[in-house]
Design a binder for this molecule. Sequence first.
Ligand code: UD1
Ligand code: MG
Length: 449
Amino acid sequence: MTDLLAIVLAAGEGTRMRSSLPKVLHPVGGLPIIGHVVRAAKAAGATTIALITGPDHDQIRKTVSGLAPDVRFFDQVERKGTAHAASMARELWQDAKGYVAVVYGDHPLLRGENFQLVTDRLDDGLDVAILGFEPEDPSGYGRLITDGERLYAIREHKDANEIERAIGLCNACILAFRVEVFRALIDKVHNRNSQGEYYITDLVEMANHANYRVGFAVAPTEDVLGVNDRVQLAHAEAVFQTRKRDEMMREGVTLLDPATTYFSYDTAIAKDVTVEPSVWFGPGVAVGEGAVIHAFCHFEGAIIGPNTQVGPFARLRPGAVLGEAAKVGNFVEVKNSKIGKGAKLSHLSYIGDADVGAAANIGAGAITSNYDGINKHRTVIGDGVFVGANSSLVAPVNIGDNAYVGSGSVITDDVEADALALGRARQVIKEGYAPKLRARAEAIKASKK
Ligand code: UD1
Ligand code: MG
């Protein structure tokens, strides 16, 4: 396979987002837009990826190096347009071999196969191949001026005349070149357009003047939607979710109401899982075979074992790991805790920073008190432990295997295996006292009249 250098552009200001967060860090499916683009370039087999960022874009660099440590970063100090941005990776393209693809960083639905559409055209002998698409509304996009298979120029919307604006075929987001052709042209771009910028799209007309062979390929519209404002961001999110829902269902997951099930880019669900309506899968969630997720749950960073039952109204936060056939019922929150095989947390619990043993039963309203206001502490609950309703386990504390904690206990000391722990005031009975109490209350009420 021919070497492919992908130059991803992300230095633009994206002012139409009206945000203090750089445009390409806005998430789609829980992953920043730029993450989707870098993943697509990797999936396409790019041998080297360069990312062009602005000097104030530390956050973009941090995010991307977390996702793909081998990405090379280049600063575009002054934002003088897409050609100027692409030229910043000079160190890489000046000696590169094979192909170079310039990719806009604001296209979160891009996939590896979209790169192939244009690199295939280079394989067929073209010198320059541009990815086009036919959006419903082409306004704002650069128009492809073609004659049959040949592409003559790309005219930016702002610079286009009436006739050019009537063209429906637009520049999507990947411009691919034989690297020698790119090298011959990139430094010669002028800034004669309406914005006073150096446009990468001008390379097309220049390549024609230099008698190179220039053509295009057409991508499915949904793959190449650009994000310039929050309306387009919401549209991209909707397309992402539809894709992911369809993919899940095709792989054997039952979604009772797909339109209300939200996934992240990395959600992994095994077959024969059923998901009831209104469930949110944040990043880092995996679900094992046969689990049932009842309605109205919220998950992030959680591993849900096979044949578990979760919800309705359950919240799993980062580090929640549910063992096989465990049950986490309504209004239960689990954070940074391992729940053993077959353990049950059926109602109204908070379990944080804990290990819950196999087949343990945590009663309604029982919680771990894991935070002392300054530090977090662990609670270890053994196998087969029974924690009575409304108990508070004040960490750090250990409850031995098969121990029993009486309802309403506040447990501050370790409990031995097989022991019964009671941490509450002893019950007092005063026989026949209720009528006296009532009479006293009635007297108080009468004295107020
Ligand atoms: C661009 C294309 C247009 C295409 C459309 C598809 C140009 C001149 N126009 O327009 O033909 O139809 O995308 O979505 O290429 N960037 C930099 N440095 C800069 C300017 C931009 O890195 O100086 C980056 C931006 O961060 C962005 C990308 O390049 O990721 C494209 O720039 P943007 O301003 O979004 O261009 P569009 O107007 O969308
Ligand atoms: Mg754009």
